[in-house]
Design a protein around this ligand. Structure first.
Ligand code: 13P
Length: 235
């Protein structure tokens, strides 16, 4: 299982370091075999830990240059970061990243061999028009993305479930995950209001290879509880 934490715009450098220390201690103490991945905020990026992969929430598809507010591979290389989130709904819908830019990022970083966590998911108005529309929407987000890329991790994150406390139902997750699994055999995570209380049930669903978690993951003890849930599933 992959237990991924998206820290979004939370935790400064000091807090992130303490957060990672707590998680790493837990992993070592409980001999957790699940994969821990953390995406800190840009200014809190640091090299991966022995047991925690650090990924960047965003990067621009360049080594360096004049792209105010962005970072490129020079900045990732300095920290030996080789994992990247692309297509998160907040970048698509709040920062207005369009499908063209997202595809450009995917192609650029895939060419360089980065591990890519690629997010898809429909907004509420699409969900309300029915399952076929949801699939059409997601297919469009995946169009042109190399779904055989060896270092690809997919994440289904319905926009209406992100940060709202409204988790997708088991039936929603099964339906969408099995459709995506028909397109790609790469690991597929669920994200959207994953909580300590529902993590075990979600992780136990066939076709769910892990979770990508926002709010709940921001507290190290809750993140560790997610790792504990993953551990029970396998045993
Ligand atoms: P929440 O867990 O806060 O719903 O956020 C999910 C998410 O966006 C992870 O990338």
């Amino acid at each position: 299982m992959i237990i991924a934490a998206n820290l979004k715009t939370n935790h400064n450098r000091t807090k992130t370091a303490a957060y990672l220390d707590t998680i790493e201690e837990y992993i070592k103490e409980h001999k957790s075999k699940d994969r821990a991945v953390v995406f800190p905020s840009m200014s809190s990026l640091c090299p991966s830990r022995e047991r925690i992969t650090i990924g960047a929430q965003n990067a621009y598809p360049v080594a360096n240059g004049s792209f105010t507010g962005e970072i490129g591979t020079d900045h990732l290389d300095e920290l030996a970061i080789r994992t990247l989130l692309i297509g998160h709904s907040e970048r698509r819908h709040i920062l207005n990243e369009d499908i063209g830019l997202i595809k450009r990022k995917f192609d650029f970083f895939a060419e360089l061999g980065y591990e890519i966590f690629f997010c898809v998911g429909e907004p509420l108005e699409i969900k309300e028009t029915g399952f076929e529309s949801v699939l059409t929407y997601i297919n469009r987000q995946l169009d042109g993305i190399d779904l055989t890329y060896p270092k690809l991790v997919l994440a289904y994150e319905p926009v209406w479930a992100i940060g709202t406390g409204k988790t997708a139902t088991k039936e929603d997750i099964i339906a969408v995950h099995s459709a995506i699994k028909e397109l790609s055999d790469k690991p597929l995570l669920y994200g959207g209001s994953v909580k300590v209380e529902n993590a075990a049930e979600i992780l136990a669903i066939d076709g769910v290879d892990g979770v990508l978690v926002g709010t709940t993951s921001w507290q190290a003890d809750k993140y560790n509880a997610l790792l504990a849930s993953a551990q029970t599933i396998k045993e």
